[in-house]
Ligand binder design. Sequence first.
Ligand code: PLP
Length: 367
Amino acid sequence: MNDLSRLFAAHQPAVEAAALETLRSGWWLNGPRMKSFADRFAEYLGVSICIPVANGTDALELALRAVSNQRGPGAEIVTVANAGGYTTTACRQVGLVPVYADIEVCSQLLAIESAVAGLSEHTAAVVATHLYGNTIDVPALRSAMDAAGYKHVAIIEDCAQSHGASIGATKAGALGDLATFSFYPTKNLGAMGDGGAVATNDPTLADTIRRLQQYGWRTKYEIRLAGGRNSRMDEIQAAILEAMLPHLDAQNAERQQILDRYSLVAKEQVRFIARRDGSIVHLAVALCADRQGFRKFLAERNIASDIHYPILDPDQAGWSGLPMRESSSGLKASRDSVARILSLPCFPGMTDGEVDRVCSAIVDWKA
Ligand SMILES: Cc1ncc(COP(=O)(O)O)c(C=O)c1O
């Protein structure tokens, strides 16, 4: 599905120099590279503040804690059920109750009406996940929430799969109150290890997150906030991410070209999900009439495939019996889609020959 050694080979001198300089500096945590990457990434997103953290799930947990701090236990978070469970994992850490809204089948993104139907007096935030690089219309979500009387409810964008996406001139990550990023190696901007970040224009929320990220300290060793923990991005990852950031848009264009070629040969039995204006491509995801048959056909031709994601959050056995609820609109579209989605290989460095092979398989497949 991905070959990260190709990415390393394409950027080896810059990545090696960044890592070696960091090691030689003797400064491996909380240093100048973390600050420098934070500034560069904030500038790229068009936000005033970026706080690097250890990974994308921590970023979600810290963001959720920051917006729900005043709410007490049992506060609710409206989100989707089809995005891999990361928001639910973070909710469980904080003691928040996930409320699952449905998706639109064509884009596989949060359906705004269903999100609004899930809001209640207990809602602390809506997590809008820009899944597969496809951008949710956050301004439209904000207007619908405001019109329904939920102006005070925060929107957190989960941008783990949407580095570089935008709506109009505004980047994903600058559309809501807070945004969270993962720099897991296969992401559009990936570290060579773990990494994550929270981005915002709100200095008060940023201050809370910085404290929560460092044990709840106000000043060194002085704890003023409960719920703190340790979540840091190390200097080597920050230096590598800063070296890779200038290549993000070109690598997004490569993924886009691959998906464009697949889409050209797509047909009713293998239909790629609709992309919104300003979206980027993270994964090439199709809805398949006979997924199992197509996967078998691909495997016979030595073509990898995967499912993102095979189990909806409310159906995960590990969370059964824990507090959760569904939006009153139900989860019909999420349930219909989970049996049909399939991801095909799509990563920077894929050769034309490899893309051709996938295209031929799509053309030759008869359900
Ligand atoms: C949509 C989404 N949110 C959150 C995460 C969590 O990021 P991490 O693996 O860095 O904790 C991921 C990726 O793994 C993701 O795809």
